[in-house]
Design a protein around this ligand. Sequence first.
Ligand code: DX5
Ligand code: ZN
Length: 218
Amino acid sequence: MIKLAPSILSADFSQLKDAVQILDKGGAHLVHIDVMDGHFVPNITLGPPVIKSLRKHTKLPFDVHLMISNPDQYLESFHEAGADILTVHAEACTHLHRTVQQIKKLGMKAGVALNPATDLSVLKYILPDIDMVLIMTVNPGFGGQTFIPQCLDKIRELSKYIQENQLPVEIEIDGGANLDNAEEIIKAGTNILVAGSAVYDTPNPVETIQEFIKVFSK
Ligand code: DX5
Ligand code: ZN
């Protein structure tokens, strides 16, 4: 099953409760939450207190994407706030294996994200330990950017490797996805599609979510 994970980064931050409830109404599968520290990426968003306050407004799993340097010291806080999947950037972790083990020990699913220019080879020895790879299809930091086409080959290559090695690892893509390119992105091997502006910057986000799900069943 292909899952849609709308990113609340593109929602109105003064109406975040409504923003997550829209996802329930539309039938989205996950809530994608972008955490930025102004250090690893040139933007600052939100942290555990905001996630905690949203937790009571939906039963959808929280897919928390940490775009922060030195994530280790905050793993427990994000777990307590209600994260179900916690994704760290390979580029931000000096001891990635240790970080992944810690996320799993806390009872969360572990994801590893790669920036567009980072080679898949960094995953080779960690792939059997993780639940999800997040392929960044834009440079992280902002919503509303254009999908980088070279990433399609990266998704295909990873999907092939995962299938050949029979690993229970999901592929999520993040950045620049919309109703026009979703089919191609899914065909390349994506299991979870993040969409921010393509959901929230539309007149009727509930209907837009349903349209995405229709594309997935093509
Ligand atoms: C970018 C974030 C994305 C972003 C995607 O750094 O990780 O999750 O919200 O936004 P769109 O779908 O508008 O590219
Ligand atoms: Zn993200």
